[in-house]
Each structure stands twice: as structure tokens, then as C-alpha cells.
Design a protein around this ligand. Structure first.
Ligand code: SF4
Length: 698
């Protein structure tokens, strides 16, 4: 009852890219209850994270004062915890911390050049904060070595989408599945990772929609599927090319659409000739007749959609995987109409918006390339600053390599946790320890903040204003329900204070000022104003009028590419980088689970979520556990060429006998100690989904 609370504030769930609108209900200075609102993506629904995962904002570990590393602190390492932090850091006032943080970064630039300082921003922050962060590095240090977790998430999907349809965003909202009669969900697990989106999938099947689920794991969505293709890990391109081969062989493609809206069809068609289902069934593990049936089902749909997740993107052939999905949609004409489209389900709450805002090394806001002189000029005119490098910057994993090479010497990290999230994470931890100056801005002493020289206490989502953009291209307004605790500040204000101290002419009074500046060079924000978002809460881009809600489906009349045509880019089979052998005979794959979010910094401090899923765990087939002589719930030891962890093992019949599934939220058994840092050549995304592993009773 409203009378039970002191205030109610409309905001956006901070976890996944679904972007559920919520009401934060506050009593006695604390959020006591969260309710789902009627947002365009969630229509009142919430999952367990959105409903119960909020009390981390009041956790006793929250940072309330700036911290400065003590001169007599022990050597940098993963050695700080809530009981001993005073051995490593001392509290400081803001002026001292900001002077030190900015002064040392500036000194590195003056001594070693701008490229000695790099930055990681965050998809957990707002669009305005992402925009300011990339501007801080580009304007302040003159180069593009700035990135964020999209590199670990959907960078390969975006590379393929930009290459072939001319835009990195989804072509249709996930809610459009209401208008589809067939849908493919491949390499995604929405019941755990995008649970509210999954409710729309379930409704779709309830009214007779045909759902084709494809995944090496038997993900929960299989219970609703008409077809479940549990293919061999890494065999995505073989399987998808075989399906497209059938569509060509049986003449099921849409020649009219192909002629009107695409290019390079003949090359694609010729390429697919080598991929008959009969030739591919032994590689992908799916019977030829099933591949044929799925091809016919998809190609004969009136309206069909394709959804994918990190099972597709996190491979060294991640871009090729997405190229196949794009080709499949194009050859059947399943783009641009209601109930059709391509939809990579975005992970973090604002990974779409942070990428749109230019928090990537190759693009300025709105995916305008840094190599284009005119583009850079347009930005430096607005910024009233000098030109910066025309060279594409380094990505997340390349920056860590650059630290080891002795070039990057200082970093500013906002809200990211590479000491947990990078592949082959000991490599990243060693790089963080090697930095001469590390400024971390966060709400907790994260694993990454363990290595910091200065820690700046930031704000949680419930304490700040700002816009975020969800997987559906819906720009939504987040509002503060509470002030930040103690001396903590809003992130845009901290970045602005640092910028002034390195000599930049920044004069923002609020996030609304930043949004107004973003609009000057971001056509995607046409007809979307701060005032409108305050009033309407959400507007979808592209939006063609001040009173229109924005377009749920795009590209009905051509693509933002030369001559308006999308492109077929044939994909060849590339084997995974780290294949099993006699010493490491099984396959390790990593991912998320319902209760925990990414590196666990928020959800493991949420009392309900931590109570439901308190312990590091992995899953494997019961027969695998039996062979090891381990009971379900017993301990196993996982070893790859990178390292070893001990972890509790659960039995799960949905996992193939030669596979292990490992969530990556647990620092005490960090999955990324094991993962491989080999990357996709286009999206530069690591192959988190495939490592050769040895499993022993542990
Ligand atoms: Fe939050 Fe995603 Fe759950 Fe919605 S589906 S409540 S955005 S975690």
C-alpha cells in the first residue's frame, strides 16, 4: 500500500538488457520493496533479480568515502577484504583523492604520452556517464583506448550486424515475437538470463508459435520448444550452413526479397553447396532429417524471428555465427515486417546504450567511425577541443596486453571488474598489479579495486538520474530514489570533476546537460528529449516524430548500407582454439545463472539472491560424476592450460557427458582462471564458450 512508504520512484532494473521498469518504494531511507511497472518491455512483469535483488545498495560494504592506497600497503594483489581494507587504504576527502587521481593520470600523459593512460567504462552506468567516459579518454588523452564489457558480450554480433545490415542494434523488439509464427532461439538461455523476455517466448508457444531451440546445453526453454537441437559445442556454423543449404536446395528462399534488398547472394548460394545436412550431421551431431525439417519450418513461416545470445557470440568464430543467422533471415525475407527480425539479446542493463554512446575503441557515438576526419571534426567542434587520434583504439583484452608490454601505465576504470571478467584472468590481474596508477570508481571494493591506487565512491542505480537503453532500443529514464550514501557521488559528477582537474573545459550541471550535448551528434536520439523521457519514461529509437513512440521494427524499406541493400557474407568453419586432447579431454563452457549477475559484486550482496544460490557451483552429466566417483554436491577439480579451481558439482542431465558448465559469478572459484583469451578476429571477443578441460574428483 502506498501509505506504507515514504516515497515511490520510477526507475529501471539494473541487471539485464530487458530493461524492466520498476517502482522503488522507500521507507526510513531504505528501498523496502520493488514493483514492476507497465514499461514497454516488461508490462508489469519482473524476475527474481528485479524483484528481490536490490538490497545490495544498502550493504555494509558500500563505499562512502574516497580511499587512497597507503604508502606502506602490502604489494598489490587480490588480497583486500572487508576485514582488512584499512591495511591497504586510508580514507580521504574528495579534493585530495581527485587531485591525486587526476594529477597522476595527467603526469603519465605529460611524461609518456596520452597512450600511457587507458579507460574501461561500464554498461552498468547510464548513457550520459558512458558518453562522458569516452569523451574523457578521447579529449583528455587524445586517443581511443577506451572500451567496456560489450567486448566480452556481443562485440562479434555487432561486428556482423554492422557489416551486413548496417546497424549494430536489433531489427525488432523481442516483444515482436507476439506477431511471429516461428522463432529460433540459439545460444541463449532467456529463462535464466532474460527471464521477462522468456515470458513472451512462453506465451508465443502457448498460442501455437513454433519455437526452435538450438544450444549445446539443454537450456530450460527446451520445455517449450517444438524442436530442440542440442548440437556439438563449436559446430554452430556447420549446423546453420546445413540448414541454409536445404533452403537453397529445395528452393525455399524468397527470391523477390533477395533481389530487392540484398547483395552477394550468388556467392552465398555457391558457398552453401558444400554443406549438405548429410555431410554436416556427423560434425554438428544433429540428424540430417532434423536439419531438413527445421529448414522447412523456418523457411515456410509467414513471420519468423531469430534470437541469439553469448553462446553464439563468445567464440573465435562468433562473427561468422552471426553472419549465418543474418543470412538465414535475409534469404527467407524475415526482416522488416511485424513478427520478423534479428535480435541478439543484450546482457547488461545498458550495454546497448553504452555502445551507442561511443564507449568502444573504434566508434564515436552512434557508431561513427573514429577513422573519419569529418566525424572527429563534428565531435571536436562540439567539445571545443583539439583533434584526437584517427587510429582505432585497443580493446579490453588488448589493453591488458598493452599493460604487460609496458605501454599502458595508468588506467581509469569505472564500474567494470576485469579482475573477474577477463579471460585467463590471472593475466588481467597481473596487468592491474603492474599499473603505475589505477583509479577505480565503484560502489564496493571490487576485485579490481583491490589493485587500485585511488578508489572513488560512486552511486548505485537507485541513487542517480540518467537514461539507459535496453535490448529493444528503448531509451528509458532512471531516477534517484535516494541520495548516495555518505560522501559517495553520482558517476557523471565524479568524471566531470576529474576532467576539470586534467584541464578540460567541462561545465555540466546535470545529466540533462550531457544528454543535450549527446543529441548534437547522435541522430539516433532525434525526437527523443530529456523532457520527453521524464514525461513518458521510454521512447524507442529510431523515432520519427516528437509524438511517436519510435519504431519497434526497422528496415522494412531497405538497410542503412550502400544502395539500401543488406549483404550475405558466407561463413566457413573455423575450429575452436583450445580443442580437447588426451590431457584435457572435456569441454568447459561458462555462463550465468538466474540468481547471480556477472561478477557477483551486486547479487552476492543481495540477501535473497545470495540465500537462494550461496555457493560456487558447476554442472555436469550424472554419468560424468559417476565415472569420477563424485556424488552430486561433491567437490571436483577443473584444470585447463591456464589454471585450476576446486568447485562443488551438480548433476544435470541437460548437459552432454563430455561438457562442464561453469557460472562466472564466484570469486572463490573464478571461471576465468580457466578460460582462453583467444579472440574472434572481427569483434575481438574472447572464446569464453569453449575450453579444453580436465575434470577430477576434488
Ligand atoms: Fe531485471 Fe532483467 Fe529480470 Fe527484468 S528480466 S527484472 S530487467 S533482471
Amino acid at each position: 500500500d502506498s501509505a506504507d512508504f515514504d516515497s515511490e520512484t520510477k526507475s529501471i532494473c539494473p541487471f539485464c538488457g530487458v530493461g524492466c521498469q520498476i517502482s522503488l518504494k522507500v521507507k526510513d531511507g531504505k528501498v523496502k520493496y520493488v514493483e514492476g511497472l507497465n514499461g514497454p518491455a516488461n508490462e508489469g512483469r519482473l524476475c527474481v533479480k528485479g524483484r528481490f535483488g536490490f538490497d545490495y545498495i544498502h550493504h555494509e560494504h558500500r563505499l562512502t568515502k574516497p580511499l587512497i592506497r597507503r604508502e606502506d600497503a602490502p604489494a598489490k594483489g587480490l588480497n583486500v577484504d572487508p576485514s582488512n581494507w584499512q591495511e591497504y587504504f586510508r580514507e580521504a576527502e574528495w579534493d585530495e583523492a581527485l587531485d591525486l587521481a587526476a594529477g597522476k593520470l595527467k603526469a603519465l600523459k605529460d611524461t609518456h604520452g596520452g597512450k600511457s593512460v587507458a579507460g574501461f567504462g561500464s554498461a552498468k552506468c547510464t548513457n550520459e556517464e558512458a558518453y562522458l567516459f569516452q569523451k574523457f579518454i578521447r579529449q583528455g588523452f587524445g586517443h581511443n583506448n577506451v572500451d567496456h564489457c560489450t567486448r566480452l558480450c556481443h562485440a562479434s554480433s555487432v561486428a556482423a550486424l554492422i557489416e551486413n545490415v548496417g546497424s549494430g542494434a536489433v531489427t525488432a523488439t523481442f516483444n515482436e515475437i507476439e506477431n511471429a509464427d516461428v522463432a529460433i532461439a540459439i545460444g541463449c538461455n532467456p529463462i535464466e538470463n532474460h527471464p521477462v523476455a522468456a515470458t513472451y517466448f512462453k506465451q508465443f508457444t502457448k498460442r501455437g508459435g513454433k519455437l526452435i531451440v538450438m544450444d549445446p546445453r539443454g537450456v530450460g526453454l527446451r520445455r517449450f520448444a517444438t524442436h530442440m537441437l542440442q548440437f556439438r559445442p563449436g559446430a554452430d556454423v556447420s549446423m546453420l550452413n546445413a540448414i541454409m543449404h536445404v533452403i537453397v536446395e529445395e528452393g525455399l528462399y524468397d527470391q523477390q526479397y533477395i533481389d530487392a534488398y540484398t547483395e552477394n547472394w550468388e556467392a552465398e548460394k555457391a558457398h552453401l553447396a558444400d554443406f549438405s545436412p548429410e555431410a554436416m550431421e556427423g560434425i554438428c551431431g544433429i540428424p540430417a532429417e532434423t536439419l531438413r525439417e527445421v529448414a522447412r519450418t523456418f523457411a515456410s513461416a509467414k513471420s519468423a524471428m531469430i534470437f541469439w545470445g553469448m553462446g553464439i557470440s563468445q567464440h573465435i568464430h562468433g562473427t561468422d555465427n552471426s553472419r549465418c543467422l543474418i543470412s538465414l533471415a535475409l534469404m527467407t525475407g524475415q526482416v522488416g515486417r511485424p513478427g520478423t527480425g534479428l535480435h541478439p539479446l543484450r546482457g547488461q542493463n545498458n550495454v546497448q546504450g553504452a555502445s551507442d554512446a561511443g564507449l568502444v575503441p573504434m566508434f564515436l557515438p552512434d557508431y561513427q567511425t573514429v577513422t573519419d576526419d569529418g566525424v572527429r571534426r563534428a565531435f571536436t567542434e562540439v567539445w571545443q577541443s583539439e583533434d584526437f587520434s584517427a587510429e582505432k583504439g585497443l580493446t579490453v583484452t588488448e589493453i591488458m596486453d598493452d599493460v604487460h608490454a609496458g605501454n599502458t601505465r595508468g588506467m581509469y576504470i569505472l564500474g567494470e571488474n576485469p579482475a573477474m571478467s577477463d579471460p585467463d584472468v590471472e593475466h588481467a590481474r597481473d596487468a592491474l598489479a603492474k599499473l603505475e596508477h589505477l583509479v577505480v570508481q565503484d560502489i564496493f571494493i571490487t576485485e579490481t579495486a583491490n589493485y587500485a591506487d585511488v578508489i572513488l565512491p560512486a552511486s548505485a542505480f537507485a541513487e542517480k538520474s540518467g537514461t539507459v537503453t535496453n535490448t529493444n532500443r528503448q531509451v528509458q529514464m532512471g531516477r534517484p530514489a535516494l541520495p548516495p550514501p555518505g560522501d559517495a557521488r553520482e558517476d557523471w559528477a565524479i568524471t566531470t570533476a576529474l576532467a576539470k582537474r586534467i584541464g578540460l573545459n567541462w561545465n555540466y550541471a546535470s545529466p540533462a546537460d550531457v544528454f543535450a550535448e549527446m543529441k548534437q551528434n547522435m541522430r539516433s536520439l532525434n525526437n527523443i528529449t530529456w523532457e520527453r523521457l521524464e514525461r513518458e519514461n521510454a521512447v524507442t529509437y529510431p523515432c520519427h516524430g516528437p509524438d511517436e513512440p519510435g519504431k519497434a521494427v526497422v528496415f522494412g524499406d531497405g538497410f542503412p548500407r550502400p544502395e539500401g541493400r543488406a549483404r550475405f557474407t558466407p561463413a566457413s568453419v573455423i575450429a575452436p582454439d583450445d580443442v580437447p586432447d588426451a590431457e584435457y579431454p572435456m569441454i568447459l563452457t561458462t555462463g550465468r545463472q538466474l540468481e547471480h549477475w556477472h561478477t557477483g559484486s551486486m547479487t552476492r550482496r543481495s540477501s535473497v539472491l545470495d540465500a537462494v544460490e550461496p555457493e560456487a557451483n558447476c554442472s555436469m552429466h550424472p554419468s560424468t560424476l559417476r565415472q569420477l566417483g563424485v556424488e552430486p554436491g561433491g567437490m571436483v577439480q577443473l584444470t585447463t592450460k591456464r589454471g585450476t579451481i576446486q568447485i562443488m558439482a551438480r548433476a544435470d542431465r541437460a548437459i552432454a557427458p563430455d561438457m562442464v558448465f561453469l557460472p562466472f559469478a564466484y570469486v572463490e572459484a573464478a571461471a576465468n582462471i580457466l578460460t582462453n583469451s583467444a579472440v574472434d578476429p572481427y569483434g575481438k571477443i574472447p572464446e569464453f564458450k569453449f575450453s579444453a578441460v580436465k575434470v577430477e574428483a576434488g
